[in-house]
Ligand binder design. Structure first.
Ligand SMILES: [Cu+2]
Length: 144
């Protein structure tokens, strides 16, 4: 009689555990599925990211899309040197060009290039894509 009571108690405990597991699993599934739309927000952007503050940094990365740089404004300090990596995430070939600094690299789709750029003493230095400058594919190294 006593043994049977123990078995029933164990069965009840197992049942309770199973229920708890099932409940927590379905809760987790619901949470992750509701989080999915937020996590999947990496489609190709249609406009540049807001200006980036690169003050004090020695390296930074921007992206090239069809046809804009993102971000397209970098705020730094006077005379600052920056190793800038440009990654072309667009479908077209772009360039990253600062004619006054002798910087001109060609970026096939899916490729990256790193160049050293120098911020001006004041004001801003413009960089462009030679192919799409007239379409507004420009940006600036800005000293505030
Ligand atoms: Cu371009």
């Amino acid at each position: 009689m006593r043994n049977r009571t123990v078995i029933v108690a164990v069965l009840l405990a197992v049942g309770a555990l199973t229920t708890a597991c099932t409940t927590s699993t379905s809760t987790a599934a619901a949470t992750s599925s509701s989080a999915t739309p937020t996590a999947t927000t990496s489609p190709i952007p249609t406009s540049p990211a807001p200006p980036a503050d690169v003050t004090g940094k020695s390296a930074f990365t921007i992206d090239a899309y069809d046809n804009f740089f993102s971000p397209n404004t970098l705020n730094g300090s006077a005379g600052q040197k920056l190793n800038l990596t440009i990654t072309n995430l667009g479908a077209a070939t772009h360039t990253f060009t600062i004619s006054s600094e002798g910087v001109d690299v060609l970026l096939a789709p899916g490729t990256s290039q790193t160049v050293e750029v120098t911020f001006p003493k004041s004001g801003s230095t413009q960089f462009v894509c030679r192919f799409h400058e007239s379409m507004g594919m420009v940006g600036q190294l800005q000293v505030q």
